[in-house]
Design a protein around this ligand. Structure first.
Ligand code: SF4
Length: 139
């Protein structure tokens, strides 16, 4: 039997918690996101997380507002005006994800090669893995 009107709208066809990492800052705290019918409705910390120990800071909790911000950019842009300053139009131009990723990879590679040459490094810099160092962000 087919559902009708309000009955169909109130039907919950998906209710799950998705474990992931917060992207609010460099900390990358473990979080879980409550998703109902494909819509993220809540963010909470993960109790077993070594860093935040179940907590999530205000910025992390506000992740839903960032996700559903109507002014959020959902595609990459390239600045086409080299002049910068107050009142200067950056002349953003929409580019594809492939263009953006390729450009970022090229620039990072050039940066890494320049740094390596200057510092005598043979491997790219790695994130700290010192035992006992706090792995979380600002919590
Ligand atoms: S400190 Fe806050 S913003 Fe940063 S990763 Fe953790 S929860 Fe997210």
């Amino acid at each position: 039997m087919a559902m009708q009107g309000a009955e169909h709208k109130s039907k919950i066809w998906e209710d799950k918690w998705v474990h992931t990492a917060c992207g609010g800052c460099y900390g990358g705290c473990a979080i879980k996101v409550h998703v109902i019918n494909g819509v993220a409705v809540a963010i909470e910390g993960v109790d077993t997380s070594l860093g935040a120990r179940g907590g999530v800071c205000g910025k992390g909790a506000a992740g839903l507002m960032m996700l559903y911000d109507p002014n959020r950019l959902n595609y990459p842009l390239r600045r086409t005006n080299p002049q910068k300053g107050l009142g200067v139009d950056p002349q953003w131009k929409r580019i594809t994800w492939d263009e953006a990723l390729s450009e970022i990879a090229d620039r990072r590679k050039r940066c890494w090669l320049t740094t390596r040459k200057r510092c005598g490094r043979t491997v790219p810099p790695q994130p700290s893995t010192v035992a006992g160092e706090r792995p979380a962000g600002t919590l």
